[in-house]
Design a protein around this ligand. Structure first.
Ligand code: PEP
Ligand code: MG
Length: 545
């Protein structure tokens, strides 16, 4: 059994055999042609054919997936008809006298390259569309139409048992042109929550994960795709299959029945509000939080804004994201955690060689980067209820250093005459050292958030990516429970609120304990909010009757 971390881009669980989409990735040959006019005619005819295909696909998508699906193919038609693209192709054909296959690919790659360099993530994704469009043209020009290739795929997939689709990069047409009823989940090497593959997978209700490295040997192997937590397991053992079958059953059952829990409030045993918040990594996740009726964002993992990039986002870029999150949440609280790199979250453009470079220690070492983020956060706080959360705190000294940096940030912003608000300041308790001095730390901050993922692996010395925190051994269970309870007591004694934001927050085995302790917030993956609200309501009704 092998387990891989991934980025979940569509929630849900699937277990099944792998089928790898092997798209032809032939190198397009550059040839000189004698008759440029004939090549121009070939290009125009191919374009007309491609538009006809895309019209059919748009109609099919409208029926099967609604407007969102149809718009994608409408967008492809626009790209084909784009005057900039057409002009570039025509110039190549007429002036350089090259073959049409080369011209359409060269022009599309050039435009895709320009799009990829843009800041806006949504526009960047259009680069994929541009490549898809040229791929279609090449298929038509070389008489190996996509339809044929995919028809072969379709025949193949028609006769297969339901399978998990693996692809290097998934184009929208790929999902439409294979037998989608057979697809259990989608796994890609590249992609993002903004990609069409993600949008379509969500629309179709199929789990999807991305940023996974895999190889062709995986074909036909059994795998588990956990789109909720971003996990891929290859050749799972019996206990993993059992665990994920259980999770899958719960997930599917709950999904349909949960709508009625929207808008309802939950309370702890003592009758204090117990708010259910969402953990997010980007603005697409914020949408999911809203859809699932989150009472706020309890943990915005800002490091996701830094991953998969060639350089760190600027102050203005961060400001835009933080402000948008606040606007989308319409006055509900938003807790943004400062950069928490290290472990599985590595960025090539920052020096992360230091062993100890995790969470806050990395930020304190890279003060300029940290200050840029704090400035963006303080500026965003002007428009909404924003709180800042510092990750991986270990000791009081770090808080003193943070305060020092905050003072510098405030001075600089004031000097520049930039409007800002000092947000509420919170810390993550997710190291054993922090847990042990939590009574003292609680007196220094406005709130505490318990990161059970790291805290438990730190306490038990387990590998966070392998260990199953939902099945903490009985003897450890009490140890973990006592520690969490003590942190909650320490926070309340200091007069501050406390939340749980690790995966344990949504673990229904723990709900009664958290409810009894009087935890103020539970923060989790958006899709887990309504199931948990139901659980707490039922618990309150049963135990307080
Ligand atoms: C945690 O450790 O519980 C936590 C919420 O932080 P992350 O999962 O981002 O490390
Ligand atoms: Mg953590």
């Amino acid at each position: 059994m092998e387990q891989y971390g991934a980025k979940g881009i569509s929630k849900g669980i699937a277990i099944g055999k792998i089928h790898i989409l092997k798209k032809e990735e032939s190198v397009i040959e550059k040839r000189c042609v004698k008759d440029a006019e004939a090549e121009l005619v070939r290009y125009r005819e191919a374009t007309a054919k491609a538009i006809a295909q895309l019209k059919d696909l748009a109609e099919k998508a409208l029926l099967e997936m609604g407007e969102e699906g149809a718009n994608i193919f409408g967008g492809h038609q626009l790209l084909l008809a784009d005057s900039g693209y057409q002009q570039m192709v025509c110039e190549l054909l007429q002036e350089e006298k090259v073959n049409a296959e080369y011209a359409v690919t060269y022009a599309a790659d050039k435009i895709a390259g320009q799009l990829e360099a843009l800041e806006d993530a949504y526009i960047r994704e259009r680069a994929t569309d541009m490549k898809d469009v040229s791929h279609r043209l090449v298929s038509i020009l070389s008489d190996k139409t996509d339809i044929q290739t995919n028809a072969e795929q379709k025949t193949d997939t028609d006769t297969r048992e339901p399978y998990v689709l693996f692809a290097r990069e998934l184009f929208p047409a790929d999902l439409l042109e294979v037998n989608r009823e057979k697809i259990l989940a989608v796994v890609t090497q590249s992609g993002s929550p903004h990609s069409h593959a993600a949008i379509l997978a969500k629309t179709l209700g199929i789990p999807a994960i991305t940023k996974v490295s895999w190889n062709l040997d995986f074909e036909d192997k059994t795998c588990i795709v956990d789109g909720i937590n971003g996990i891929l397991i290859i050749e799972p053992d019996e206990s993993a299959i059992e665990k994920y079958s259980r999770m899958q059953k719960e997930w599917n059952e709950q999904a349909g029945l949960l709508q009625k829990w929207k808008g309802q409030k939950t309370f702890s045993k003592a009758g204090k509000a117990l708010k259910l918040m969402a953990n997010v990594g980007d603005l697409a996740d914020v949408e999911m939080a809203i859809k699932n009726d989150a009472e706020g964002i309890g943990l915005f993992r800002s490091e996701f804004l830094f991953l998969g990039k060639t350089k760190a986002p600027t102050e203005e870029q961060q400001l835009e994201v933080y402000k948008t999150a606040l606007q989308k949440m319409h006055g509900k609280p938003v807790v943004i955690r400062t950069l928490d790199l290290g472990d599985d979250k590595q960025v090539p453009y920052l020096d992360m060689s230091g062993e100890e470079d995790r969470g806050i220690r990395f930020c304190l070492k890279h003060k300029d980067l940290f200050k840029i983020q704090l400035k963006a956060l303080f500026r965003a706080a002007v428009i909404g209820e924003l709180s800042v959360l510092y990750p991986m705190i270990t000791e009081r000294k770090e808080l003193q250093e943070i305060r020092q940096i905050i003072a510098e940030v405030e001075t600089e912003l004031s000097k520049e005459g930039i409007e800002y608000v000092l947000p509420r300041q919170g810390i993550m308790i997710e190291t054993q050292q922090a847990a042990e001095c939590s009574s003292d730390l609680a007196k220094q901050v406005d709130f505490i958030s318990i990161g059970t993922n790291d805290l438990i692996s730190c306490m038990l010395g387990t590998d966070r990516w392998q260990a199953d925190t939902s099945e903490i051994e009985a003897e450890n269970y009490e140890e973990v429970y006592s520690l969490i309870r003590q942190i909650v007591i320490n926070a309340h004694n200091a007069g501050i609120s406390v939340s749980i934001c690790g995966e344990l927050a949504a673990d229904t085995e723990w709900t009664e304990r958290f409810w009894e302790m009087g935890v103020d917030f539970l923060s989790m993956v958006p899709g887990q909010i309504l199931p948990l609200r139901k659980k707490i309501k039922e618990l309150t009704d049963t135990l307080l009757l």
